[in-house]
Structures are given as structure tokens and as C-alpha cells.
Design a protein around this ligand. Structure first.
Ligand code: DC
Length: 236
């Protein structure tokens, strides 16, 4: 193989995907693509323009004109929507719920999948989302499906939101995580699915370090099978 790997990380919200994909990308010196942030950016743009999540035609036009970029800055990875830093604005509970609805729309998915394929086709990428291993890159060399119990995922989301200064209720956050998972899993187009060949890791009782170690073991083995040279960052 003459390019670096494409690594897909799928799973429900709060399973640890974004933390782990960032760490994995850093360790391997790969580009990290947070596809949820792309759907969130579309939802934010739709909200600002007063577009209903059911208005497919308007959402299609919106996607045709949207520019989403990921940039690295001193404060970490930032998401730019038409040049504006929206990293915080896309993380509110309101946008989370709206994103779940907007991302169920077929034209939105089509547009985002095309963009994601373009961003990842040259390899050396970690993409995290819900349909990466099943739809976006079904031939990805490495596929992970990260999961954790609903209670644990809700608790993690709660802590994350409190840390960011949102005043939220634990029970309500758990209920919202479950509600969103239900919507993401039941939707008609590209529902959350575990690719048959994905390596499943349940992070409920595992530390971040432990999950990363397991992932690196899989990556190392796949690099060998693919005939890639030794990566000094992770050894053989
Ligand atoms: O991973 P996240 O919480 O930032 O995702 C936000 C929403 O976008 C969530 O409702 C699932 C949806 N999503 C999706 O449908 N497909 C993806 N590849 C990534 C996210």
C-alpha cells in the first residue's frame, strides 16, 4: 500500500470517540476529522438562516454553499463555518438536538459524505462519526466501534457540559443522550450501525489510556498486514 491508513471510529455519543480519535491522530500524526462537527455546523447554519430541519430543498442549497474547515490552533482543534470559528456555538444542547434532526436528511448526508470522502481519500486520517465504517469508507483499513453504557455516556456528557459552563441536569442529560441515540439509530438514511468488520471496544469501565493502547495494537497489526513502514511513534 502506498498511502497511510484510513481509520474509522463509529459509535454513539459519549462513548469516547472524539477524545480517542484526537489522541490516535496525534500519536500517529494523522489528520483528525470530526464528522459530527460537520453536521453540527450545518444545523447551526440552518438555525441562523431560519431553515426548518424538514425543508430538504433549502438544506440542499445550504450544503451547496457551505464551507467547513478544521484548523489547529494553540487552543486545540477549531471548526470554521464559512471562515467563522463556531467550535463553541455548535456544542450547545439546543444545537445537539437540532443536529440529530438535520443529519437525518438525505441531501445533507449526501453532501457531507462527499466532503468527508474528499478529505480522507489520501489516507493518514482518523474519521469519527456514526457511518464512517459502514457508508463513508466501507473499505477503511481500520474500523473501531466504540460503545459504553447509556448511564456512563450521559454522565460524561453532563460533566463536559458543566465544565463548559452550561447549567444542566444529570438525569435530563442522560435522557437526552438516549433520545438522540434512538433518533440516530432509527433514522432511515445511514443510521448508526456497527460495520461487521469493526473492532468493538466497550469503554464503560476502561481508562482513556487503556482504550488508546488497545486501538494502537490493532493499528500496528494492520500496518504490518498493509506492508507499511514502521511508525516510530508507535513502534512495531
Ligand atoms: O458526534 P456528535 O455528537 O458531535 O454528533 C452530532 C450529531 O450528528 C449526532 O446526532 C449524530 C450526527 N452524526 C451523524 O449522523 N453522522 C455522523 N457521521 C456524525 C454525526
Amino acid at each position: 500500500m502506498n498511502r497511510e491508513l484510513i481509520i474509522a471510529i463509529d459509535g454513539p455519543s459519549g462513548a469516547g470517540k472524539s477524545t480517542l480519535s484526537k489522541l490516535l491522530a496525534q500519536t500517529l500524526n494523522y489528520v483528525n476529522i470530526d464528522t459530527g462537527a460537520m453536521y453540527r455546523s450545518v444545523a447551526l447554519a440552518a438555525q441562523r438562516q431560519g431553515i426548518e430541519p424538514t425543508d430538504e430543498a433549502a438544506l440542499g442549497r445550504l450544503c451547496d454553499n457551505i464551507v467547513i474547515d478544521f484548523v489547529r490552533s494553540a487552543t486545540g482543534e477549531r471548526v470554521l463555518l464559512n471562515g467563522e470559528d463556531v467550535s463553541e456555538a455548535i456544542r450547545t444542547p439546543e444545537i445537539s438536538l437540532l443536529t440529530s434532526r438535520v443529519s437525518a436528511c438525505k441531501v445533507v448526508r449526501g453532501a457531507m459524505v462527499r466532503l468527508q470522502r474528499k478529505m480522507g481519500e489520501r489516507g493518514g486520517v482518523v474519521l469519527e462519526g456514526r457511518d464512517i465504517g459502514s457508508v463513508v469508507f466501507p473499505d477503511a483499513e481500520v474500523k473501531f466501534f466504540l460503545q459504553a453504557s447509556a448511564g456512563e455516556r450521559g454522565r460524561r456528557r453532563y460533566e463536559e457540559l458543566m465544565e463548559k459552563g452550561f447549567q444542566v441536569d444529570l438525569e435530563q442529560t442522560i435522557a437526552e443522550v438516549e433520545e438522540r441515540d434512538e433518533a440516530d439509530s432509527a433514522r432511515e438514511h445511514a443510521p448508526l450501525t456497527r460495520a461487521e468488520d469493526a473492532v468493538v471496544i466497550d469503554s464503560t469501565a476502561l481508562s482513556i489510556d487503556r482504550v488508546l493502547t488497545e486501538m494502537l495494537q490493532v493499528v500496528r497489526a494492520r500496518r504490518r498486514t498493509a506492508g507499511l513502514p514502521e511508525n516510530p511513534q508507535i513502534g512495531e
